[in-house]
Write a protein that binds this ligand. Structure first.
Ligand SMILES: [Zn+2]
Length: 407
């Protein structure tokens, strides 16, 4: 099977994950796909193939040299986004894309156009895999799976390329933020790994937000409004005062690149009690800690003003920037950089304004930056992947393996 054949086969599996079931894998289709992939890895005669009860599929391509080399891993996720159906995906291949509109679905007048999606023009004259407009495509992250397996096959067929032990890992439930939770890092046993789960060609990510959530409950004092003078405390007004004391410009709608924020995500209130919920984000750990201190400081101020116990704060860290874990092993980024250049790809380092499974894995002891898989417009009907981008990602994997053996 070729890279493209593999990809087209994988997208026929409905592996949409769900936030609602509370089990792992969150949906049975993911296990069906995992079992299929397992048979494929067996047919390829990989070693140490394991599929655990949670749907984590691991396998090994043994080293083909006696040289003492680190064991590295490549990881991709099997699920697709809960945002849109991944059932009955009917991919279409647009050969040598001409830069114009692509009619995905004539009947429903669904068009993939460079007017809305100018990134299409970066892929003129390439061959694009698109949807039929009714589902997402699932290049996120089945492109990653196809690239990893195809690279492994290439390495098997080219024994003249020396490499160390390579582990591959396919996990469920990345799209619901659970991909790393039950990932058995000890069993995977790699010195480091790469997730093949980025977007555009060249993307290389090893920074993400530090993240916390804050819930502040304001207690008021309700009194008949006719007799309320000097007695009533309206918790809605107190909450509003709190909200106003956080800098207005440090919100998602006013920030980009390395700028952090306080994001008000919910408010629920009556005179007697009002609750506000925030998420706090910053790439910089010191600034992140300061943001949390700022929230604590304002809560203290409110309590001094209205009486102790007016405001109570629940502050909880959610995840941290993986940069902290990558910096001591920066050579793993250098290798990815060099591999991209050898594969004719210009590396584009980008800080993720969110979290990533790789961050959780990094804090579990497996340093794990993210490399592009080539797809674009994830999580919807306009998702597409250029075949040439998938080939480049596959070549980056091969070059990484090769470079490590040559060091
Ligand atoms: Zn993904």
């Amino acid at each position: 099977m070729t890279l493209v054949e593999r990809f087209l086969k994988y997208v026929t599996f409905d592996t949409q994950s769900s936030e609602l079931t509370g089990i792992t894998p969150s949906t049975p289709g993911q296990m069906v796909f995992a079992e299929y992939l397992k048979t494929e890895l067996e047919a390829l005669k990989l070693e140490d193939i394991t599929l655990d009860e949670y749907g984590y599929l691991f396998a090994t391509l043994p080293a083909n040299t006696d040289k003492k080399l680190p064991t590295i891993g490549f990881i991709a996720h099997m699920d697709t986004s809960p945002d849109m159906s991944g059932k009955n995906v009917k991919p279409q291949i647009i050969k040598e894309y001409d830069g114009g509109d692509i009619v995905l679905n004539k009947e429903n007048k669904i068009v993939l156009s460079p007017v809305q999606f100018p990134e299409l023009l970066d892929h003129k004259s390439e061959d694009l895999i698109v949807t039929d407009g009714n589902t997402l495509l699932g290049a996120d992250d089945k492109a990653g799976i196809a690239e990893i397996i195809s690279a492994i096959v290439y390495l098997k067929e080219h024994p003249e390329i020396k490499h160390g032990k390579i582990r591959i890992g396919f996990n469920p439930d990345e799209e619901i933020g659970e991909g790393a939770h039950k990932f058995n890092v000890e069993q995977f046993a790699c010195d480091w790994a790469y997730t093949m789960d980025g977007g555009e060609v060249g993307e290389l990510e090893f920074e993400n937000f530090n993240a916390a959530s804050a819930k502040i409950t304001f207690k008021g004092r309700n009194v008949h409004p006719g007799y309320a003078k000097n007695k009533m405390i309206n918790s809605i007004r107190v909450a509003n005062q709190f909200i106003d004391m956080l800098p207005e410009c440090e919100a998602p709608e006013h920030t980009e690149s390395y700028e952090g924020f306080y994001h008000l995500i919910g408010i629920q209130g009556e005179v007697e009690q009002t609750t506000v919920s925030y998420i706090i984000r910053d790439h910089d750990r010191v600034k992140f800690e300061n943001r949390k201190k700022e929230v604590e400081r304002i809560v203290k101020y409110i309590n001094e003003k209205y009486g102790e116990g007016t405001a109570t704060l629940e502050l909880r860290d959610q995840y941290y920037n993986m940069r902290e874990k990558i910096e001591p092993v920066m050579h793993i980024i250098d290798i990815a950089f060099d591999a991209m250049k050898l594969a004719g790809v210009e590396p584009k380092v980008k800080a993720i304004r969110g979290g990533t499974d790789g961050a959780q894995l990094s804090f579990k002891g497996l340093p794990c930056p993210n490399i592009f898989a080539g797809g674009l417009n994830f999580h919807g009907r306009y998702e597409f992947v250029p075949i040439q981008s998938m080939e480049k990602a596959m070549n980056v994997i091969i070059k990484i393996a090769e470079l490590i053996a040559n060091k």
